[in-house]
Design a protein around this ligand. Sequence first.
Ligand code: ADP
Length: 475
Amino acid sequence: METDLFIAGKWVPASSGNRFDVLDPATGDVVASVADGGESDAIAAVDAAAEAGPAWAATPPRVRSEALRRAWELMTERADDLAKLISLENGKALVDAKGEVTYAAEFFRWFAEEAVRGAGELNTAPSGANRILVTRQPVGVCVLVTPWNFPAAMATRKIGPALAAGCTVVLKPASDTPLTALAMAAILAEAGVPSGVVNVLPSRSSGKTVGRMLKDPRVRKLSFTGSTEVGRILLAQAAEGVINTSMELGGNAPFVVFADADLDAAIEGAMIAKMRNGGEACTAANRFYVEASVAADFSQRLASRMSQLKVGPGTDESTQVGPLVNEDTVAKVDSLVQGALESGAKAETGGSRPEGAGFYYPPTVLTGVAPDAAILREEIFGPVAPIVTFTGEDEAVRLANDTEYGLVAYVYTGDLARGLRVSERIEAGMVGLNRGLVSDPAAPFGGVKQSGIGREGGHEGLLEYLESKYIAVNW
Ligand code: ADP
């Protein structure tokens, strides 16, 4: 297990010599100590990325593609070990961690395929005076900042397209989960990615290290996944240097069930949309809006399914729901639940924090939630499903859109025309229509409103790392 910084192809301690602890969320015990990068390490990482930049940009796309393809193969071969590592530092159930490894590796395969598709355009000017030639060039050095909820996938979703485009990167992983990011760096090096193209800088002082890198004029792009709160700070910092940004921020996904929906399918979808990753996903269903005539049935069935889930250490094969990542997360989930209960909601299952070690929270279903409850406004990031009833399409759309977020929405209905109509009216970057999972490396992932700017995955994900250069030509 690598625990040092990865800069210019070498494992190095922090220049300060400082290290920080990584905890096992199932016990709160220390599992590793990792080098704590500071500002001078951040600059060393940018130096390495800037130095490696021109040669990597000039590397044939097919060669870049094959390195990514090899990284996909290596991740796939080592899926079990990587899943254990993810589970160890993040806490998620192994079944979720295995799902994450497949999803994460798939970004390398997808962008291996996209690396050879950075085509430009050629047109004749409307006046006929000249040709308009558009070529695509890599943006340059990218700073990638990732969260702890998908320690592998959030890294590969950024590294894959950056490398495919010919960019070099410094990745700053979340300090709760740096081990997986370091494992990704080792795999990329083994896959043939040259020294300096990928640098990984675990750091507990992320405000300082990321802030320092964003002040460096050699850094041309920031790709961030995390909270809207931190995203706002980083957007302001990026504005100083007019740095290109891709921001994947918070979500507050509505899960809308119309009375004409197939309720069996809606329950299956709800279990995935709510419980994938134990609810620690920006795509997690955060607010359930169920048409009044089927609400009691839906709530009882969801509560029954949720209460049967096996909660335990993520690394135990039979666990379905692991602990949350840390104490702050459990405390926040519990305060949202207690707030809802105090304002009149009823816990159909779960609803209070268990005694004992580890950062556990039980799967919880709340009914009768007051429309102004904080749990409907804030991202829960835990295994809690608050249910609210509605009547008719207009009310469903109004409730779904009553948030500053707009990442994803889920809609269940047996009427396809209604489903498409409502999907168009909902303010979100993505909609799951009769489906509880939208994430796919081949599709553009991202949000509107305060859920972010830009898209990751699909062909758009590659374009985020390319600049268009227009050459006016006479020939
Ligand atoms: P979460 O902890 O829910 O994943 P955050 O937005 O707090 O979401 O963190 C996402 C990433 O941003 C993490 O890598 C974290 O270390 C980093 N981060 C947090 N605060 C700052 C900051 N002020 N400047 C730069 N990066 C930050």
